[in-house]
Design a protein around this ligand. Sequence first.
Ligand code: NAP
Ligand code: GLV
Length: 313
Amino acid sequence: MKILFYMPHSDAAAWLDDFARALPEAELREWRPGDTAPADFAVVWRPPREMLAGRDDLRAIFNLGAGVDAILALEHEHPGTLPRNAPLIRLEDTGMAPQMAEYVAHAVLRYLRRFDEYQTLQNERRWEVLEPHPRETFTVGVLGLGVLGAHVAQTVAALGVPVRGYSRGARQIDGIATFAGEAQFDAFLDGVKVLVNLLPHTPDTVDVLNTRTFAKLARGAYLINVARGGHLVETDLLDALASGQLTAATLDVFRNEPLPQDHPFWREPRITITPHISALTLREESVDQVALKIGALARGESVSGVVSRERGY
Ligand code: NAP
Ligand code: GLV
C-alpha cells in the first residue's frame, strides 16, 4: 500500500516515522512537485492542486484537520481536481476537542470575571472593584454542535453559565438548550451574551458573523471566533464594537492569515488575537486515527468522518 503525505510547515520526517510505525507494511513518501507516481492513500493538509489532480487511483484522501474548506475550494475552483470516487475523510477530535474547550472556556471566564478589564486597570495602576456580571444571564451560544462544538458547549456549561447550541439538524445534548435550522436562528441568538463560532466554512455559513447577527445578541455581547475567518464580516465587527453592541472579541482565525501587519484589528484593544492555535493538529493522535481508518478501508470496512462534498463539511 502506497501512502502520499503532504503537510506544509510540518516535520514531515517525524510524521512519516510515526506512520511507518503504525503501518509497517505501507510504503510512505512525502509528495514533492512533479511526483505523479501511483498512490493508494493521500494524507494532506492544504495540498496544492497538482498533488491531487488526475489521481484516480486514490482510495481515500485524509485531511489533517477538522475543516475541509481549503481542500473543497480546490474542487470548487477547478472542478475535477479531487478524484470522484475517493472519500474525503476529516480528523475527528484527535485531541482538538479538549484544546478548543480550554481556549473557549478561558475566553468565556476572562469576560465573565472581567479579567480583561482588570488587566487594563492594572496597566493604569488603578485599584478598582468592578460590578460582577450576573452568571445566570451570561448566556453562551455555540454555533455548531459537531465534534468540537458539542464538547465546547458541555465544557462551558460545567462553568455554571446557561449554554445554547445551534446546528443544522436537530440535536439533543444534556444541559444545553438546542436550536436547529434557519427557522430557529434568531431564537438561538436572542439575548446571547457570548457568541462562540464553531461552524464549518461552507457556502451556507460564510459571513454569518455580521451586523444582523450581532444585533440579535444581548447589548454589549462578546464574540469568540475559532472556526474560520471567512465567517466574520470584519467591518461589521469594528462597527459593532464602535456602537457598543459588542464589548469585545477573541479571534483565532482571519480571512488573511497571517493577519497583515497593517490590519485594523491589531490596533483595536477590544480584540484579542491568537494565530490560529485554538486547536492544533496533534501528530500522535492524528497518525493513530488515520492509520486505523486506512487499515479499515484496506479491509473493505467503512469509516466515520467522511465529508459530504455537497454539504461542504
Ligand atoms: P463538525 O463535526 O463537522 O460539526 C459542524 C457543526 O456545524 C455541526 O453541528 C453542523 O450541524 C453544524 N452546521 C454546519 N452547517 C450548518 C448550517 N448551515 N447551519 C447550522 N449549523 C450548521 O465540525 P467540527 O469538527 O466540530 O469543527 C468545526 C470547525 O472548526 C471546522 O470546520 C474548522 O473550520 C474549525 N476548526 C478550527 C480550528 C482552529 O484551530 N481554529 C481547529 C479545528 C477546527 P449538524 O450537526 O446538523 O450536521
Ligand atoms: C484547523 O483549523 C482545522 O480545521 O483542523
